[in-house]
Design a protein around this ligand. Structure first.
Ligand code: ADP
Ligand code: MG
Length: 283
C-alpha cells in the first residue's frame, strides 16, 4: 500500500497456524523531491490486544443478551401473573360451572407465553447457524424498540414510525436485532432523559431496503464523526458506554453486504442510515 500511495499504511495480519496477530506499519522515506528512497517497516505483536478486544466484544454481546432477557422476563411476566391470579380465583370458586371463563383466560395466557418462547427458540437457532433468511426488518425494529424502551426509565421520547412495509431483507435476525438495539439505545442516550423524538423510517430502493434511525439528541461533534465506529471510542462515562456498540453495528452491517452512514448536527440530532440487501426469491 505504501509503495502505491507513498503514504504511511498499517494493517493487522493474523496467523492462524501460530494463533498470533501482528500489526505492521510502513512509512515512506523520500529524498525531498518526491522520489521514494526506502520504507521503514515496523512490526508489533498485537496478539494480546486482539484477544482482549474479542473478549470485550463478547461482553458487549452479553450486555445485549441482558437487554433481551429483561425484555423477555417482562413479556412473560404479564401473562404469567394472569395465569396465577386466575387459577387462584378458580380454586376458590365454589361453583365449578363458573370456572370455564377462568380456564379460557388461563389457556390464552399460556398460549401467549408459548408464542414468546417459540419466538426465542427460532431466534437462537438461526443465530447459531449464522443463516441468512428473509427477514421483515420492521418486525425486528419493533422488538428492538420495545426491548430498549423497557431498559430506559420512561424518557419523554415520542417515537415516530414511518415505514414502507413489504420488502424483506437477507439477514440474520439475531444480528439485525443487535444493530437496531444498539442504534436505538444510542438514540435514547443522546436525548439524556430530556424531551425529544426518535424517528424510525424505512423505504424500498432498487436492491436495498433503507432504514433510518433518527434522533433529536445532542448530536455528534464533527471532530468525532470519523471515530464513532472505532472499537472503544466513547464519550460516555465508564459504566454507560464501552464504545463497542457502533463497532459491532458496523461489523454486522458490512458482513451483510450493507452500508451505514451517519449525519449529525450538534444540539439538533443524529441520523443513521443503513441499507440492507433485499431478499430475492430464487427463480
Ligand atoms: P457507546 O454507546 O458505548 O459510547 P457506541 O459505539 O455505541 O459506544 O457509540 C460511540 C459514540 O458515538 C458514543 O459514545 C457517542 O459519543 C457517539 N454516538 C453514537 N450514537 C449517537 C447518537 N445517536 N447521538 C449522539 N452521539 C452518538
Ligand atoms: Mg452505544
Amino acid at each position: 500500500m505504501t509503495l502505491d500511495t507513498r503514504q504511511p499504511a498499517s494493517a493487522i495480519l493474523k496467523f492462524p497456524e501460530t494463533e498470533r496477530a501482528q500489526e505492521i506499519f510502513s512509512y515512506p522515506v523520500s529524498d525531498g523531491k518526491g522520489n521514494l528512497l526506502y520504507l521503514i517497516e515496523y512490526v508489533k505483536d498485537v496478539t494480546e490486544e486482539q484477544r482482549l478486544q474479542e473478549q470485550l466484544i463478547q461482553s458487549e454481546k452479553l450486555a445485549g443478551i441482558g437487554i433481551l432477557a429483561s425484555g423477555v422476563a417482562h413479556e412473560i411476566n404479564n401473562p404469567l401473573s394472569g395465569i396465577i391470579g386466575m387459577a387462584e380465583i378458580a380454586l376458590e370458586e365454589e361453583d365449578p360451572s363458573k370456572n370455564k371463563d377462568y380456564l379460557t383466560d388461563i389457556l390464552t395466557c399460556g398460549q401467549r407465553i408459548g408464542e414468546i418462547v417459540n419466538g426465542l427458540r427460532s431466534y437462537s437457532r438461526t443465530a447459531k447457524r449464522e443463516e441468512l433468511s428473509a427477514i421483515d426488518p420492521h418486525e425486528i425494529l419493533e422488538t428492538s424498540l420495545k426491548m430498549v424502551q423497557l431498559g430506559v426509565k420512561s424518557a419523554p421520547v415520542e417515537v415516530i414510525k414511518n415505514f414502507e412495509p413489504g420488502e424483506k431483507i437477507k439477514a440474520n435476525p439475531g444480528e439485525i436485532q443487535q444493530v437496531f438495539t444498539n442504534l436505538i439505545t444510542n438514540a435514547f442516550q443522546a436525548m439524556n432523559g430530556k424531551r425529544g423524538h426518535l424517528t424510525l423510517s424505512s423505504r424500498s430502493l432498487k436492491d436495498f431496503v433503507e432504514i433510518k434511525v433518527s434522533d433529536s439528541g445532542v448530536g455528534i461533534s464533527p471532530k468525532y464523526l470519523n471515530q464513532i465506529f472505532d472499537p472503544f471510542f466513547t464519550t460516555k462515562k465508564t459504566g454507560e458506554g464501552t464504545g463497542l456498540g457502533l463497532n459491532i453495528v458496523y461489523r454486522i452491517v458490512t458482513k451483510h453486504e450493507g452500508t451505514i452512514e451517519v449525519e449529525s448536527t450538534e444540539s439538533v440530532g443524529t441520523t443513521f442510515t443503513i441499507k440492507f440487501p433485499k431478499w430475492r426469491n430464487k427463480l
